[in-house]
Design a protein around this ligand. Structure first.
Ligand SMILES: Cc1cc2nc3c(=O)[nH]c(=O)nc-3n(C[C@H](O)[C@H](O)[C@H](O)COP(=O)(O)OP(=O)(O)OC[C@H]3O[C@@H](n4cnc5c(N)ncnc54)[C@H](O)[C@@H]3O)c2cc1C
Length: 293
């Protein structure tokens, strides 16, 4: 393999591995993926890939793409549910600009009874993300937040958001964070997940338990039974291409399951996070890299 292996070559090489995790590079392909998932009984959320945008025109383009997504989903009878990243719509440029774009997207969602989930990015954006979601939620409630249980602050954030009636997607966290603010031991991240999950499930608000961790999912099911909660008082969420077997089983058992479907050409950072989450994924790519060289 040449030392001057360019980024373009890397992208070409990685493409076949990426397919598993994304709904396609175009909206048309993504919509077909959503339709297939719907046939299987899943709920869906659509994500237009992109982040860390520093150019105003690109941020405006992403905002318009999200609005277009909502308008395309509506007549097809698909869930008008999208997941967006604030750094994609201008948070790295100016918070006021990002807020304006966010409000425009959420207002469009409201006209069709849709829903906008603001993904949570690295800890540099936690405070601003929660601020913008809370501000938008006051004006238009069809918006929800994401909290990461690897962050120590989440124990407090969850109480504030519940008080405001904001719907939460609970995740472990996909970004590398320093020990000063984040648990480094998986056991601590999981323990905080379970504690907060139980708090969410008894909050009377429709939240999302987003994990592929079978042990935690079993714990959620047991807890819901023990507390006499309704099966449809919350939803499980999973990423496209991960534990599809478990997702199908949950649907069969009558649980609400939403699949997160990203699409677009800017898949590189998303794919790298999926690789990092699981050592086997990295080995799979490396093995094939040397086989191909
Ligand atoms: C719907 C959804 C939305 C998300 N949104 C955000 C967000 O906004 N911000 C954020 O920081 N994170 C987000 N995440 C990612 C999350 O933070 C975790 O990084 C990711 O879900 C892996 O953790 P886990 O809960 O599945 O548990 P883990 O303990 O990491 O994994 C449990 C099991 O799931 C399977 N698994 C997990 N990851 C992979 C993988 N990449 N490839 C193959 N198998 C895998 C394995 O079988 C593993 O044993 C989201 C996750 C989901 C499901």
């Amino acid at each position: 393999m040449s030392a001057s292996y360019s980024k373009k070559n890397w992208m070409q090489f990685l493409k076949p591995f990426v397919k598993r995790f994304i709904g396609g590079e175009s909206l048309k392909e993504a919509l077909a993926t959503l339709q297939n998932l719907k046939k299987e009984g899943f709920k869906t959320t659509l994500d237009y890939l992109g982040e860390s945008v520093t150019n105003r025109d690109q941020a405006l383009e992403a905002t318009q793409e999200y609005i277009r997504n909502l308008r395309e989903l509506n007549p097809l009878g698909l869930d008008k549910n999208i997941s967006i990243k604030l750094t994609q719509i201008g948070l790295d440029i100016d918070e006021g600009f990002a807020k304006q774009n966010l409000i425009e997207i959420v207002k469009t969602a409201k006209t069709m009874n849709g829903f906008v989930r603001v993904d949570m990015e690295g800890s540099a954006y936690t405070e601003a993300s929660l601020r913008l979601v809370s501000q938008a939620h006051q004006e238009i409630p069809c918006i929800g937040a994401v909290l990461q249980t690897m962050l120590r602050r989440t124990a407090q954030d969850v109480l504030l958001l519940i008080k405001k009636g904001v719907r939460i997607r609970l995740v472990k966290g996909a970004y590398k964070e320093p020990i000063s603010i984040a648990f480094q031991d998986k056991r601590d991240v999981d323990a905080q997940y379970v504690t907060i999950m139980k708090r969410l499930l008894t909050s009377g608000i429709y939240h999302a338990i987003a994990t592929h961790d079978e042990k935690i999912i079993n714990e959620a099911e047991t807890f819901v039974g023990k507390m006499g909660l309704k099966k449809d008082s919350f939803e499980f969420q999973m990423l496209l291409g991960i534990r599809a077997d478990l997702a199908r089983q949950l649907v069969k058992e009558g649980w609400n399951v939403r699949i997160y479907v990203p699409y677009g050409k800017a898949w590189f950072p998303y794919f790298m996070r999926r690789l990092r989450e699981r050592r086997e994924n990295v080995w799979f790519v490396i093995k094939n890299l040397f086989r191909g060289s």
